[in-house]
Design a protein around this ligand. Structure first.
Ligand code: 9MR
Ligand code: 9MR
Length: 589
């Protein structure tokens, strides 16, 4: 309610079509991508009920002239919910401008844009969000604007938890693990989740390096000619490197409090911090990320002298530790039975490491060309792969080997054709989902799509499709990838743009401690919330339909938290489409 009132008064200032938007606040009937559409790529809106008419119109603003008439799709259903939809596809209309959609008997759509570069602000905001997540740094008003804040969690003297004790680092001694990003709405730092997040930013750079040279997010400490995406990734990388025990190469799972902090600002959160238990997942995550970082930072020797080489050493050391400790799971419950210092923060307790082996071996192979890593990769080639997530990372290795195909030793190159085939299997399924789905999106084809952090699944599906597009050049994959971006930006059953600060109706109350505690009305911008989650683990009351199980409520950690592994694929996708739409526009690919 308060959300509605605040937003209405803001929208009141925005002049055009105020009444239309006010109506839409209550219950959207036509939902659109609130960030906008590219002239030459797919464009559609969704009508959230089975209207009887068959046509729709685009009205241009401010004159409200009818500029395009299209035919609505037949009535569609998901098969798992009672919601009926119809699709208004206006891909054929490509004139830049501001529009609304009119359909007889339905309230008008919110205003939307068609323009080149329409997702630029989103692409920048999504990256800048990582800066706002920085631990151990003050956020300066010159960069952070009204979200400036004091430094939190110096993490320069963090205790060795009994589970992490070793000969050289006794329990209760202290180490420096400063820096890095806060994981999510909480203030802890987890290596396993940092792995996929950091790597996704590094991969975005590797896939679109020229584009990123020109992308500025207005963050501090940028070195000469180092793109902001790398400056930000290094902030977390340097922390990850500190999480390795230099004596044996093993990596601690996390730097954490014993319990979650209250909903307070980071500088007020002063509980004791611990590094907890080394583990195979954490160690292979570092092996993978550090190997990838080596590949990238060896091209920046002046700005970062020695960084690339130390990354490779760290990676190989982490690999060796894992070879000697191939099965050390992080089992928080078991650990808590053995210590009085019980840890109740996030677990990220993966038990299956086959996918981490695949990923780490692929990164090391791409960076060194050495047989040992090829053998480890090849041994797992027949394992099924699935959509990347924090505990499922094999496909990240596939992306890497395909990307680095040109640099692989001749005898290893042919493996990439198998990897491409496996990726296309997924891409083609996604394409069908896009073409037939009730929301004309890839996400939502299956009930299982609506799990914790569903919006990140949408973005990871898009990354997969973009990879498929990059090596196949089949345009439909790019359109399908874009459909999920439309989804997270408002073309969904809730009518929310799930990115803070983007669109006319976006989350105002994310489960994010600084956004809650900083006294600023608007949440920190550029953050992707988890989204509909039919697990409802926080016990709040949600709408029964899976695609509506979302609440813009600060207590809703099951649907309205934010997390680095959710924002990173948003950074990848928003920037990839910004880069690729230029090529499409200019007729080059
Ligand atoms: O803030 C915590 C969030 O980061 C986690 O994802 C979530 C589930 O582990 O837990 C949140 O913390 C809540 C705790 O689990 C239960 N008491 C209330 C806490 C804050 O909402
Ligand atoms: O993203 C994680 C999700 O896949 C798990 O189901 C969930 C419960 O274990 O935890 C999520 O990760 C949270 C982490 O444990 C603590 N920081 C906040 C993360 C996002 O909610």
């Amino acid at each position: 309610m308060i959300n509605g009132i605040v937003r209405l008064s803001l929208i009141g200032l925005l002049s055009v079509a105020t009444a239309v938007n006010a109506q839409q606040m209550a219950a959207p009937e036509i939902v659109v991508d609130q960030s906008g559409y590219y002239p030459k790529l797919e464009k559609s809106a969704v009508v959230l009920r089975a209207v009887s008419g068959n046509s729709f119109e685009l009205l241009s603003l401010p004159d409200r002239k009818s500029v395009y008439t299209g035919v609505l799709s037949e009535i569609k259903t998901t098969g798992y919910s009672k919601i009926e939809t119809r699709i208004a596809d206006f891909t054929a209309f490509d004139r830049p401008g501001q529009y609304i959609i009119r359909i007889a008997g339905v309230s008008e759509s919110p205003v939307f844009k068609i323009a080149d570069g329409v997702h630029h602000d989103l692409a920048v905001a999504a990256l800048k969000a990582f800066y706002y997540q920085r631990a151990s740094s003050a956020l300066d008003v010159n960069y952070a604007g009204k979200w400036y804040r004091a430094a939190g969690h110096p993490d320069t003297s963090v205790y060795i938890h009994p589970s992490a004790a070793s000969k050289n680092r006794k329990a209760d001694s202290k180490i420096n693990v400063s820096g890095g990003w806060y994981d999510a709405g909480d203030y802890n730092k987890y290596v396993v989740n940092s792995g996929i997040s950091t790597s996704t930013l590094l991969s975005a750079y590797e896939d679109f390096s020229d584009y990123f040279l020109g992308l500025e997010a207005h963050i501090p400490q940028a070195k000469n000619k180092v793109p902001d995406v790398l400056t930000e990734a290094i902030y977390n990388l340097r922390w990850m490197l500190k999480m390795q025990d230099p004596t044996d190469g093993g990596v601690y799972n996390k730097c954490t409090n014993l319990n979650f902090d209250g909903m307070i600002m980071p500088d007020k959160a002063t509980s004791k911090r611990y590094v907890v238990a080394k583990g195979t997942a954490a160690t292979l995550n570092l092996a993978a990320v550090a190997a990838q970082a080596y590949r990238i930072f060896k091209h920046f020797p002046e700005q970062y002298p020695g960084l690339a080489d130390s990354c490779l050493l760290v990676s190989k050391k982490a690999w060796s530790w894992s070879v000697n400790n191939p099965n050390v799971a992080y089992d928080q419950d078991a650990l808590n039975k053995m210590s009085d210092l019980k840890v109740t923060t996030g677990g990220y307790g993966d038990r299956n490491f086959e996918d981490e082996w695949t990923w780490a071996s692929a990164e090391l192979l791409a960076s060194t060309g050495q047989q040992e890593y090829y053998d480890a990769f090849f041994a797992r080639l027949n394992a099924p792969v699935s959509l990347p997530s924090w505990n499922n990372v094999a496909m990240l290795g596939y992306y890497t080997l395909i990307r680095c195909e040109g640099q692989l030793p001749e005898q290893y190159k042919s493996v990439t054709s198998i990897l491409k085939k496996k990726i296309l299997n997924h891409a083609d399924r996604y394409l069908t989902a896009f073409e037939t789905g009730a929301y004309h999106t890839v996400i939502g084809a299956s009930l299982n799509d609506f799990a914790w952090g569903s919006n990140s699944s949408a973005m990871n599906q898009s990354i997969l499709l973009i990879n498929a597009y990059l090596f196949s050049k089949k345009d439909a994959y790019l359109d399908a990838a874009l459909s999920n971006l439309d989804y997270v930006l408002g073309k969904n059953a809730t009518g929310y743009s799930f990115v803070t600060g983007i669109g006319y109706k976006s989350p105002m109350h994310p489960h994010h401690r600084p956004s809650f505690a900083d006294g600023v009305a608007e949440p920190i911008p550029g953050l992707l919330v988890g989204g509909p989650n039919r697990g409802k683990q926080d016990g709040l009351q949600y709408n029964a339909e899976p695609e509506l199980s979302y609440l813009d409520d600060v207590s809703s950690y099951a649907s309205n938290e934010i997390a680095i592994n959710w924002n990173a694929p948003l950074v990848y996708v928003a920037n990839a489409v910004e880069c690729l739409q230029k090529a499409r526009k200019d007729g080059t690919k």
